[in-house]
Design a protein around this ligand. Structure first.
Ligand code: SAH
Ligand code: MG
Length: 196
């Protein structure tokens, strides 16, 4: 990993920005390289760490990524400029559920969903039409730090969130258009592609 990205990672960890875990990143990077992914759409930029990591694969030509938090957006722009990647990584400011995507092309090879965890299904439904026929959708944090719905001593809000993530996983398993495999390393990934 180049030293700029390493510094961004270290600062993000200090500031408790929920960046992608190493094991998950390894899986995604190997998919990117094996499938020669050129165009990525990401929901949830944070400070630009995952986008920058994806962009280190030579095959990646363009990343569009959405961020609704002004402070995160500003940091991402700065980090991407510092890494001289602003021609590859395009950060869009706004809520990915409200932004006008009618002008976006329908040729993404990879959709990476890593934003508000309760909304993963809505992101999946809204953005999957922008995917190429043989494109891949990856959703992060399916295990949610190992917290279980049945755990005692968790707040009502957290229990509600875990319940929504579990419902999303069940919905994915029964989805008629997409088939999904689950990666249990890192914080858990769901990796979906269209059924043939
Ligand atoms: N992908 C990043 C981490 C993203 S953390 C990485 O691995 O480096 C999740 C981010 O999603 C947060 O910064 C949050 O502000 C953003 N987010 C949550 N809901 C969103 C929405 N509806 N639209 C756009 N961004 C959203
Ligand atoms: Mg994540």
């Amino acid at each position: 990993m180049n030293s700029n990205i390493q510094k961004i990672k270290e600062l993000a960890l200090i500031n408790k920005v929920p960046i992608i875990q190493d094991a998950s990143l390894e899986v995604i990077n190997s998919i990117i390289s094996k499938r020669q992914v050129e165009k990525i759409l990401e929901i949830g930029t944070a400070v630009g760490y995952s986008s920058l990591c994806f962009s280190t694969n030579n095959c990646v030509k363009r990343i569009d990524t959405f961020e609704r938090n002004q402070d995160m957006y500003n940091q991402a722009i700065q980090n991407i400029n510092n890494c001289q990647m602003s021609e590859v990584i395009h950060v869009h400011f706004g809520d990915a559920l409200e932004v006008d995507i009618s002008n976006f092309s329908h040729d993404y090879d990879l959709l990476f969903i890593d934003a508000a965890k309760a909304q993963s299904r809505r992101f999946f439904e809204l953005y999957s039409p922008l995917l190429k026929q043989d494109g891949i959708i990856i959703v992060d944090n399916i295990l949610f730090h190992g917290v279980k719905e049945s755990d005692e001593n968790i707040s009502k809000n957290l229990r509600g969130l875990i319940k929504k993530i579990n419902l999303f996983v069940e919905w994915l398993k029964q989805n008629e258009e997409f088939e999904t495999i689950f990666f249990e390393g890192g914080d858990g990934l769901a990796i979906s592609k269209r059924k043939c």
